[in-house]
Design a protein around this ligand. Structure first.
Ligand code: FES
Length: 65
């Protein structure tokens, strides 16, 4: 399912990036574009990171592009 509508990024794509080392919302933005638009998905991105054990759940987020 889509996690970031602005960038058209799915949860599978986000999880793949986390598995390959993405460890922040900002890093996910660089890698796949997720979270770089309106910012409404940042909470979902942090939740996916938290499930994966990545540290991005603890990092501040930026307001998007
Ligand atoms: S829904 Fe992800 S940046 Fe807008």
């Amino acid at each position: 399912m889509y996690v970031c509508i602005c960038a058209g990024v799915t949860d599978d794509e986000v999880n793949a990036e986390i598995a390959q080392g993405a460890d922040s919302v900002e890093e996910l933005g660089y890698r796949c574009g997720a979270g770089t638009g309106c910012g409404m998905c940042h909470e979902k991105l942090r939740a996916l990171c938290a499930v994966a054990g990545a540290r991005c759940a603890k990092l501040p987020v930026h307001a998007g592009a």
